[in-house]
Ligand binder design. Structure first.
Ligand code: 13P
Length: 250
């Protein structure tokens, strides 16, 4: 019913040449993959155009890691949904914890970005996650609920069908410390239930919810075996072709 989405988030890594080489390897691999799953790479803005030429017509989908919500204008340094659409980007990450943490992105801003992405036919991946401190204070669920509810404010059920959610506990990102599959499953089920309250059972049952945070070839199968986890958002391990292939092939 829900097709798993395995996504690589390259973050601020790769030159154009490095990115093109990685994407080519992935396209070649995807031709041999006979499992039912979607593959996505979210690459730096500078490499989007070149990599679009590589993945075009293949099973590999292309994503950006961020965007601004305005279409154009005096917003020095920003990239608009129109520009991403122009390249032929399929997905865009919205509210990655690094954006929230280092660039002060708020739920209110992210909500505008999601709406802008949708109105330009880009599929948003709304990223949510709690800090270690929030988990230790046992406020991880209310933190996630706030991020989901406020991020999705004013978004219709029809629009929700185009949105993916990624649960990435901040304490598990780049730390080698993965949430246990039970912890990930518990939170993702919690998110699914929030979606059920807002949008009803059908939408909730059909929403792809990924886990992210130190996903590796060695732990991918265990994480993906959980009933509510529909894929992974992979940072570090998506930068090495063999490692990412191992995850995709779980
Ligand atoms: P790591 O896989 O490097 O922990 O990063 C996860 C992440 O932030 C993906 O968006």
């Amino acid at each position: 019913m829900r097709r798993p989405l395995i996504a690589g988030n390259w973050k601020m890594n790769t030159t154009i040449n490095e990115g093109v080489a990685l994407a080519k390897g992935l396209v070649d691999f995807s031709k041999t993959l006979n499992k039912d799953r979607d593959i996505l790479i979210c690459v730096p803005f500078t490499a989007l155009y070149a990599i679009k030429q590589v993945v075009d017509g293949s099973k590999v989908r292309l994503g950006a890691q961020n965007m601004y919500f305005e279409e154009k204008g005096a917003f020095t340094g920003e990239i608009s949904p129109v520009m991403l659409q122009d390249i032929g980007v399929d997905y865009v990450l919205i509210g990655h914890s690094e954006r929230r943490q280092y660039f002060n992105e708020t739920d209110e801003l992210l909500n505008k970005k999601i709406k802008a992405a949708l109105s330009h036919n880009l599929k948003p991946i709304l990223c949510v996650g709690e800090t270690l401190e929030q988990r230790e204070k046992k406020i991880e669920k209310e933190t996630i609920k706030k991020q989901i509810v406020n991020g999705l404010l004013g978004i219709s059920a029809d629009e929700m069908k185009k949105i993916t959610v990624a649960y990435e506990p901040i304490w598990a990102i780049g730390t080698g410390k993965t949430a246990t599959s039970e912890q990930a499953q518990e939170m993702i089920l919690y998110i699914r239930n929030i979606l059920k309250d807002i949008y009803g059972e059908e939408i909730s049952d059909n929403t792809i919810i990924q886990y992210g945070g130190s996903v590796k070839g060695q732990n991918a199968s265990e994480i993906m075996s959980k009933s509510d986890i529909d894929g992974a958002l992979v940072g570090g391990a998506s930068l090495k072709l063999e490692d990412f292939i191992q995850i995709i092939s779980y």
